[in-house]
Design a protein around this ligand. Structure first.
Ligand SMILES: [Zn+2]
Length: 113
């Protein structure tokens, strides 16, 4: 399961950050999941419960933000919203679409006590 290792990394980063800041508990963790990343939000939520157990992140609230997929066409130079990973421009049909946003999953914010 792809989500398990990604989530494990996020929990580790969060715990490291909390330790560096002498925090006693992690209240919430925010992650962004790109619409084109193939990462399933429900699977991340489940993996978070598993990975955070016994760490400072246990019991923290997990906020998941979905980031839209955006592509930019190198031929017509227009940007479009993407629901799935593709190289076909939905506006002019060329195969010159570059993905600008939405392929990543990242840890963006956290709150600690
Ligand atoms: Zn185009």
């Amino acid at each position: 399961m792809h989500e398990l290792s990604l989530t494990q990394n996020i929990v580790e980063l969060a715990v490291q950050y909390a330790n560096r800041n002498n925090a006693v508990a992690i209240r919430s963790i925010t992650v962004e999941i790109g619409a084109l990343s193939g990462v399933v939000a429900d699977a991340v939520a489940f993996a978070f419960d598993v990975c955070s157990k016994g760490t400072m992140a246990e019991g923290a609230r997990l906020d998941i933000r979905r980031i839209a997929g955006v592509g930019r066409c190198l031929r017509c130079l227009r940007e479009s919203q993407l629901e799935a990973l593709t190289h076909v421009c939905p506006l002019c049909g060329s195969l010159a679409l570059e993905t600008m946003q939405g392929q990543e999953m990242k840890f963006t914010e956290m709150e600690v006590d």
